[in-house]
Design a protein around this ligand. Structure first.
Ligand SMILES: [Zn+2]
Length: 278
């Protein structure tokens, strides 16, 4: 692992710097309060336009023993991992940054990497852009074939689930479930728990789902009003219950209808096939 062959114009010190460990860099920046700042939305708490100070950096090219001037043209070589944390929720957040402008020499490139932890400035001014944020946004889990107003409410539940807002998430899952059942079974009466009971009695929901409903605060009459704090467990149970009922009552029958060559709306009770020529 000796840097015996260096490209012309690259000093031993520069080649060494490319291999320097992240821990060495972190030791070096201790006590430094000037760090470049990334403006981004926190992937944990969802706060927007948050300012993330860069604490540590790691050039991707540090894996290579020797960086050539050809390498400097490659996108991967011009990537830098940067670590930070959210000033609002304290959770760790990582970024992959990419140098957007040309870097002519390794020494210049190193200087820009150094500037990420020494210059009190936005990264754009230093010629960097955010390529990705970690943890990455997890795609929302929405049952298929929901009518748009139901899918929208469920999506808002997912958004609040991701940002760990149990009250808002449960309210939106309940809204999605109620709207979904009213759409699927027009004329059904009562609050959510009464609707579930009716569907169970009529055999439109399996008894297991009807029994499960008693354990889920999404459905219980006292759900959001009984004074107890709603917890992450309640949110997850509500999510799973709403997901299961909507899949059973809408997603699955719609799938079956489509496979039989019928339109999606044929699952609705007042749907009649268009009259043919017979
Ligand atoms: Zn946050």
């Amino acid at each position: 692992m000796t840097a015996s062959k260096r490209p012309p114009g690259v000093s031993a010190a520069s080649a060494f710097r490319m291999r320097v460990s992240a821990s060495a860099i972190s030791e070096w920046i201790e006590g430094s309060s000037d760090m470049a700042v990334i403006q981004a939305t926190c992937p944990h708490c969802g706060i927007q336009n948050n300012a993330f100070s860069i604490a540590h950096t790691r050039p991707w090219a540090a894996r290579q023993n020797i960086i050539t001037s050809d390498d400097l043209m490659k996108k991967e070589t011009k990537r830098v991992s940067a670590s930070s944390y959210c000033i609002s929720c304290n959770n760790p957040v990582g970024f992959v940054l990419s140098k957007t402008d040309m870097v002519s020499t390794l020494m210049n490139f190193n200087a820009t990497i150094e500037s990420l932890i020494t210059k009190n400035s936005g990264i754009e001014a230093l010629g960097y852009a955010v390529e990705s944020v970690h943890p990455a946004n997890v795609p929302h889990r929405i049952p298929q074939h929901l009518p748009p107003h139901v899918a929208k409410a469920f999506d808002q539940g997912e958004q609040n689930f991701k940002f760990n807002n149990p009250d808002a998430a449960i309210a939106m899952y309940a809204k999605a479930l109620e709207a979904g059942l009213r759409w699927r079974f027009p004329g059904i009466k009562g609050m959510l728990n009464e609707m579930i009971g009716t569907l169970k009695t009529k055999g439109l929901l399996p008894p297991e789902i009807g029994d499960w409903a008693h354990q889920v605060r999404l459905v219980r009459k006292d759900a959001v009003h009984d004074g107890d704090e709603l917890e992450a467990d309640d949110m997850e149970a509500g999510r799973n219950f709403a997901d299961a009922v909507l899949r059973y009552t809408i997603t699955l029958p719609t799938d079956v209808a489509l496979r039989r060559g019928l339109p999606a709306e044929s699952i609705l009770p007042d749907w009649t096939p268009p009259s043919g020529g017979e």
